[in-house]
Design a protein around this ligand. Structure first.
Ligand code: HEM
Length: 465
């Protein structure tokens, strides 16, 4: 094939396309450019070039871990200010990633996750109790309440900490610090590096937030060391685990980096998925009905248990389809593998030439609507296409809400069990309505996306189970 130029929007001198990017919802700009310039285009951001891919064919090629590797850049690189070489933000090849990964893989295995069932259910029941006690006609912001739930769940299951978000008017100070830290990391990622060196009120608050995140985490670690328990949670796995390959354990600093990482990575993604799931179901009453029928048939009025969770194929499909249309992590960053010898020149699709350190953004959420894979109804919410049989036959890399290869989500089984429990507890006990039937989906984007101002009303179907 002949080498082709890569299209892209024209930019201004020096700053390039920086001012083209919507500050509130950058995703809108990226998807809009994909519609305009096609499945591969380039942006210039303050002297750095970013390639944005959005078709299955191109993204599939860049998921080949022999040729490409995760790149930590932009807002994600700024998150390193708080969590350094924690699993999510570790650079490719950083030694501590391998040590933590090998120690933590068994801790996220099916056995340990099943062991977290009671605690997960306890918190799902707290959410149900809160909703059951709301005055009649009251509504809740779905994203906010699901965030309380998922944050409490990861804190309790990972490190035995109770944030008690449902019992307090104000959130735990850790939560505010974390939310502000993430927002400012995103802002810093969009600024020119020199601008981040200037001390401002925002940067002062940013580093204060980081101090608080670390202090709370060090205190939790110290508490566990002072009063050890044999709880099978992530904190104990990190304190006691030895890497089978190097024989090394995790330093306190690395434990803290990963504790904060789990709290960050483990809550926004899961709460966003739950909120989008409720939105999708309420917009598609026939899928809502099917899901509730499945839960009534399998769980009925019994307290939810582990065996129920294995028998909910339609609920699984609803979650998968939601993650397809509304992947909370909308894109992942890769670059040509830094440690491998590459063919020269490096070509994508045999016709687009890229540099050895080219930043490439895989716009997974857009790829999930590629008609070449999902057909002409790709934009529609149809859980039937995500039942096991069609799902298992999807082309490789066509469904990627959990990321790629070695650097894919370690918390996937955790999130999945948690989401199934929540769906079962909620639909067993409540009927749901949109608080505003004319609500138009609008998106709040931080490092992840979630529905904005989406309010739900719930009505108990019977006494709480
Ligand atoms: C990585 C999605 C829940 C912990 C990732 C990545 C994605 C993702 C896309 C790769 C990011 C990249 O390549 O830059 C999700 C979604 C979730 C979810 C959609 C829920 C529906 C969780 C939970 C935890 C967690 C509950 C923790 C308990 C992590 C960690 C990584 C990661 C530690 C980094 C893995 C590594 O690079 O070694 N997740 N995640 N995630 N996720 Fe999740």
């Amino acid at each position: 094939k002949a080498i082709k130029p890569i299209p892209g929007p024209p930019g201004l001198p020096l700053v390039g396309n920086i001012f083209d990017i919507d500050l509130v919802t950058p995703l809108k700009t990226l998807e809009g450019f994909a519609d305009q310039y096609g499945p591969i285009y380039k942006l210039s951001l303050g002297g750095k070039e970013l390639l944005v891919l959005s078709s299955w064919e191109l993204i599939h090629e860049c998921c080949d871990e022999k040729r490409f590797a995760k790149q930590v850049a932009g807002g994600l690189e700024q998150v390193r200010n708080g969590v350094g070489d924690g699993l999510f933000t570790a650079y490719t090849g950083e030694e501590n990633w391998g040590i933590a990964h090998r120690i933590l893989i068994p801790a996220f295995g099916p056995l340990t996750i099943r062991g977290m069932f009671d605690e997960m259910t306890d918190l799902a029941n707290q959410l149900a109790l809160k909703w059951a006690r709301l005055p009649s006609g009251a509504s809740v912001d779905a994203s906010e309440d699901f965030t309380r739930l998922t944050l409490d769940t990861i804190a309790l299951c990972a490190m035995g900490a109770r944030f008690n978000s449902f019992y307090t008017e104000n959130q735990h100070p850790f939560v505010d610090a974390m939310v502000d830290f993430l927002i400012e990391s995103g802002n810093r990622g969009r600024r020119l590096p020199a601008m981040n060196m200037i001390p401002t009120r925002a940067s002062e608050a940013y580093f204060k937030d980081i101090d608080l995140l670390k202090r709370v985490s060090y205190d939790l670690l110290k508490e566990r060391r002072d009063t050890p328990s044999d709880k099978k949670d992530l904190l104990n796995a990190m304190i006691n685990g030895k890497d089978p390959q190097t024989g090394r354990g995790l330093t306190d600093e690395l434990i803290v980096n990963n504790m904060i990482t789990f709290l960050i990575a483990g809550h926004e993604t899961t709460s966003g998925t739950l909120a989008f799931t409720m939105y999708n179901l309420l917009r598609n009453p026939q899928t809502y009905k099917k899901l509730q029928e499945e839960i009534d048939r399998v769980v009925g009025r019994e307290p939810v248990n582990l065996e129920h969770l294995a028998k909910l194929p339609y609920t699984n499909a609803v979650l998968r389809e939601t993650l397809r249309l509304s992947s909370p992590i909308t894109a992942i960053g890769v670059r040509p593998h830094p440690f491998d010898n590459h063919e020269d020149p490096i070509l994508i699709n045999g016709q687009y030439q890229v540099g050895h350190d080219q930043s490439i953004l895989l716009l997974v959420k857009k790829m999930h609507k590629d008609p070449a894979v999902y057909g002409s109804d790709a934009e529609e919410f149809k859980p039937e296409r995500m039942l096991d049989e069609p799902f298992n036959k999807l082309p490789p890399d066509a469904w990627k809400p959990f990321g790629n290869g070695m650097r894919a989500c370690i918390g996937r089984p955790f999130a999945w069990q948690e989401m199934l429990i929540v769906m079962a507890v909620l639909f067993q006990n409540f009927d749901f309505y949109m608080a505003d039937s004319g609500y138009q989906l609008s998106i709040k984007q931080n490092l992840t996306i979630k529905p904005k101002d989406f309010r739900l009303k719930s009505k108990l179907r019977h006494g709480l189970t």
